[in-house]
Design a protein around this ligand. Structure first.
Ligand code: ADP
Length: 265
């Protein structure tokens, strides 16, 4: 622990003395350090594509001035880098929106069955392009939770996109919705959304840290896949706002299952 210590002289009935005051500032220091790390991370993440773009501009103005083929190639790479910055800014805005604790908790009645079905439909072309499959299994009956449908859609999208991205070519992704009669941590009935892939799986040492902002197992692969490192941090915050919880089950060589439990309406 870290303490701020202040000392003041006092004059009392028993003579002169001193009051020494210890203030525990461990948490404040940690918060301050987290804020600084975050700013450093964001700056680094923005600077990398920006440096690349500046480099290409210089080449376009100089050596590639009269080379239409090189110009086309550089412009297309510059467009990719700019999209990366755009995705990062979009994810940062989403994160700051869902992190705001003071915001009202979402209360609309959301039909998870319909929501998941529409996300699966949207992502089907992405899966097909990678030779992967998406299967959605849901028992009958309405799966209604109190929530914000845009945010829940983001949760489902991020989890399925990750399964496709990190599962690799030809992965099988299975999405399920199940009713849970009583979830012990949520202390009541819940709906469980699970997204399972048969990709390479995750070493257990990484699992507790996956929802930290900018935590990636393989930064190069994440960047190559268009990841910002914020996807699971956003997922975690949205689930917290919905008073739910997430469980990650994975082992190297055995694929991964991400489960989200949300209190039932
Ligand atoms: P990113 O933008 O890098 O995808 P995320 O926050 O969504 O960031 O995920 C954090 C890291 O967790 C990823 O970089 C990846 O290493 C790992 N990860 C997430 N989902 C899976 C998965 N289904 N299989 C294997 N690794 C995964």
């Amino acid at each position: 622990h870290r303490f701020n210590v202040t000392c003041a002289p006092v004059q009392g009935t028993f003579g002169r003395g001193a009051v020494i005051c210890f203030r525990d500032v461990t948490e404040l220091r940690q918060l301050d350090q987290m804020r600084r790390d975050f700013v450093a991370n964001v700056s680094h993440e923005l600077r990398t594509p920006l440096t690349a773009i500046l480099g290409f501009i210089e080449t376009l103005q100089g050596p590639a001035r009269n080379d239409p083929q090189a110009q086309e190639r550089f412009l297309s790479t510059m467009a990719d880098e700019a999209s990366r910055m755009n995705r990062l800014v979009g994810d940062l805005l989403s994160l700051s929106k869902v992190e705001e604790v003071s915001r009202m908790r979402p209360t609309d009645a959301v039909n998870l069955g319909d929501l998941v079905r529409s996300v699966v439909r949207n992502l089907m072309p992405l899966a097909t392009d990678a030779g992967s499959t998406l299967d959605f299994l849901a028992p009958g009956g309405a799966m209604i939770v109190p929530g914000d449908s845009d945010q829940l859609m983001q949760v489902v999208t991020n989890l399925i996109e990750n399964a496709l991205k990190y599962g690799g070519q030809g992965t099988h992704v299975t999405i399920r919705l199940d009713e849970v009669e009583r979830d012990r941590s949520l202390r009541g009935p819940a709906i469980c959304l699970s997204v399972k892939d048969n990709g390479p799986g995750i070493d257990p040492v990484h699992i507790p840290r996956l929802t930290e902002r900018f935590y990636r197992i393989d930064s190069h692969r994440s960047r190559e896949m268009g990841g910002t490192g914020l996807g699971l941090a956003i997922v975690k915050h949205i689930i917290n706002r919905h008073r739910g919880r997430m469980a990650i089950e994975s082992a190297p060589g055995e694929g991964s299952t991400f489960r989200v439990f949300l209190p039932k309406l």
